[in-house]
Design a protein around this ligand. Structure first.
Ligand code: MSP
Length: 476
C-alpha cells in the first residue's frame, strides 16, 4: 500500500510580504515533500496565508486599502515568491477562501455541540501583534517582550473553549509520543508549559470585524488563531471532500518555528480532541534566523527579500544556503557574507567544479570502454543510508553535509587515480574509473534533487548527453 505523507507549513500573516524567515520553513517543507515523493509516497504539501485579525485590518488601513484588497495583494506576493523558490505545494490555502470559512463554521458548531464552549466576560491585556493575551508577569517594562509594544486592555464578552478539560489528555499524547514533538528540548518546553495555569481559551472576538463570524453568534468573529489552525483541516476537504479528508488526516508533519509552539502543541490537539478528531502525528519545531546578529524586523529595516536573493544568486543556491548554514532545529544567523563564502566554496568550487571535472573526462574518454565499477559502492551505500536516516530525523543540514562528503570523496578518487593521465595511457582502466565516477555523480544528483531540483536535473542532463554545459555555479 502506498504510504501518504501530509505535510504543512504555518500559514503566514498577510501584513507583510514573504521574507527569508517564512521562506526558510517553506523551503524546508518543500525539500521534505520532494524527498517523500521521490520515495514513492503519496504526498500532500500544504502552505498558505493567514489573512484575518486585527493587525491585518490595521495594516490594510495604514495602506489605505480594504482588508480584502490588501490581503489579495500580499497572498499573491507569497505565491510569486514560492514560485520563484521552486516550491511545489499541492495546495495554497487562504483563510478568506469560502471553503475554509465554511469549514471553520462546521468545526465551531461541532465544538459548541460538544458542550465545551461557554460565554464569559473577559478582561485582559492583549498584544495585537502576537494576536494573543499576555500575562502581566510576562511584560518587560510594561511592554510585550516580543514586539516591545504596550499591550491593550481588552474587556469584552467572549466565547471560551474549556481548554483545561483537555490538558491531561494533551500531556499524555506528548509524553507517550502519540504526538511527537521535536527536537527534545521543545518537547520539554511544552511539558513545562503544561505545568502552568494556561486558563481556558477565548475563541471569539466582539470588536474585531475582519474575521469569520461565529456560526452560533454572528455578532462575534472567530479568534484568528482558531481560524488559522483550522486551515490544516479545511484545506484537505473537512467540509467538502470527506473522502480526501479521511485519506489525509491526521497530518504527518506540522513544520513550525519556536514562536508558535504553544498554539500547535497545546491548543490545536485540545481542539481536535474536543470534536473527536485525531491529533497531528508529529510537530517539528525549527529555530529562528537573525540577520547579521540582529532580530529581523521592519523597524530595523533588515528584512531580507528571498526573491531578490534568488534573482541575484539563483534559486538553488538560496535553497542550499538556507538549509546548509544552520543546524535544523537551532537558531542561526543569516549574512550575505556567509552566503557568498559558502556559494564560492561549496557550490562553485565543490559541486560545480566536480561536475565539470568529471564531464571533461567523460567527454574525452571512449564511452564504450566505460564499465560500472565497485570502488565506490560501499561508500555510496553507507552515505545513502545515513542520508535517509538524516532526512527521516529532519536533520536537513546533516543530509547536505553527507552529499558533500561524497563530493569530496569523488575529488580524492580522481586525484588518487590520476584519471586525466589514465585516459591517455590505459583506456581500459580509465573506462572503469570513469564508470565509477559517473555513477557517483548520478547518485549525488539524486540525493540533491529534493534540495536543489534544477541543479540536479542539469547534472543528470549533462551525464545523459555526456557533454559539459557552462558552469552551473560561476564563481562570484
Ligand atoms: N499566522 C501565524 C501562523 C498560523 S499557523 C496555523 C503566524 N504567521 S507568521 O507570518 O508570523 O509566521 C510565523 C512562522 O514564520 C514561524 O513559525 C516560522 O515558520 C516562520 N518564520 C518567521 N520568521 C522567522 C525567522 N526569523 N526565522 C525562522 N523562521 C521564521 O505566526
Amino acid at each position: 500500500m502506498i504510504k501518504k505523507f501530509y505535510i504543512t507549513t504555518p500559514i503566514y500573516y498577510t501584513n507583510q510580504p514573504p521574507h527569508i524567515g517564512t521562506a526558510y520553513t517553506t523551503v524546508a517543507a518543500d525539500v521534505l515533500a520532494r524527498y517523500y515523493r521521490q520515495q514513492g509516497e503519496q504526498v500532500f504539501f500544504l502552505t498558505g496565508t493567514d489573512e484575518h485579525g486585527e493587525h491585518i485590518a490595521q495594516a490594510a488601513q495604514k495602506a489605505g486599502q480594504s482588508p480584502q484588497r490588501f490581503v489579495d495583494q500580499i497572498a499573491n506576493q507569497f505565491k510569486e515568491a514560492w514560485q520563484k523558490l521552486n516550491i511545489k505545494y499541492d495546495d495554497f490555502i487562504r483563510t478568506t477562501d469560502e471553503q475554509h470559512q465554511k469549514g471553520v463554521a462546521k468545526f465551531l458548531l461541532k465544538l459548541k455541540e460538544s458542550g465545551k464552549v461557554y460565554q464569559d466576560e473577559y478582561k485582559a491585556l492583549y498584544c495585537p501583534h502576537c494576536e494573543d493575551f499576555i500575562f502581566k508577569k510576562d511584560l518587560v517594562d510594561g511592554k510585550c517582550p516580543v514586539h516591545k509594544k504596550e499591550p491593550q486592555l481588552v474587556s469584552e464578552t467572549n466565547y471560551f473553549f474549556k481548554l483545561k478539560d483537555f490538558l491531561p489528555q494533551v500531556k499524555k499524547l506528548i509524553t507517550t509520543d502519540q504526538m511527537i514533538i521535536e527536537p527534545p528540548e521543545r518537547k520539554k518546553e511544552v511539558l513545562s508549559l503544561l505545568e502552568q495555569d494556561l486558563g481556558n481559551l477565548s475563541i471569539s472576538r466582539q470588536k474585531v470585524k475582519w474575521g469569520i463570524p461565529l456560526p452560533f453568534d454572528k455578532k462575534q468573529t472567530t479568534y484568528v488563531w482558531v481560524d488559522a489552525l483550522l486551515n490544516y483541516l479545511t484545506a484537505i476537504g473537512y467540509e467538502n471532500n470527506p473522502k480526501q479528508f479521511k485519506e489525509l488526516w491526521p497530518a504527518d508533519l506540522h513544520l513550525i518555528a519556536k514562536d508558535i509552539v504553544k498554539f500547535h502543541a497545546i491548543f490545536w490537539p485540545a481542539l481536535l480532541l474536543a470534536v473527536g478528531l485525531e491529533p497531528p502525528k508529529r510537530i517539528f519545531v525549527h529555530g529562528f534566523f537573525t540577520v547579521n546578529g540582529q532580530k529581523m524586523s521592519k523597524t530595523l529595516g533588515n528584512v531580507i527579500d528571498p526573491v531578490y536573493l534568488a534573482d541575484k544568486y539563483g534559486t538553488d543556491a538560496l535553497r542550499y544556503f538556507l538549509l546548509r548554514e544552520i543546524s535544523f532545529g537551532q537558531d542561526g544567523d543569516f549574512s550575505i557574507k556567509r552566503f557568498e563564502e559558502r556559494y564560492n566554496a561549496d557550490l562553485a568550487n565543490g559541486l560545480g567544479n566536480l561536475v565539470s571535472r568529471v564531464l571533461a573526462l567523460l567527454e574525452k574518454a571512449n564511452l564504450k570502454d566505460m564499465v560500472a565499477g565497485h570502488a565506490f559502492e560501499a561508500k555510496i551505500k553507507s552515505i545513502r543510508e545515513k542520508y535517509r536516516k538524516a532526512m527521516g530525523e529532519i536533520k536537513l543540514n546533516g543530509a547536505l553535509e553527507l552529499i558533500w562528503q561524497l563530493i569530496s570523496a569523488c575529488d580524492e578518487f580522481i586525484d588518487r587515480n590520476k584519471i586525466w593521465e589514465l585516459v591517455k595511457t590505459d583506456s581500459e582502466k580509465a573506462g572503469k574509473t570513469l564508470g565509477v565516477l559517473s555513477g557517483a555523480l548520478k547518485e549525488i544528483s539524486q540525493l540533491l534533487e529534493p534540495f536543489m531540483p534544477e541543479t540536479s536535473e542539469r547534472i543528470k542532463e549533462q551525464i545523459r548527453r555526456n557533454k559539459r554545459t557552462k558552469a552551473i555555479f560561476p564563481r562570484l
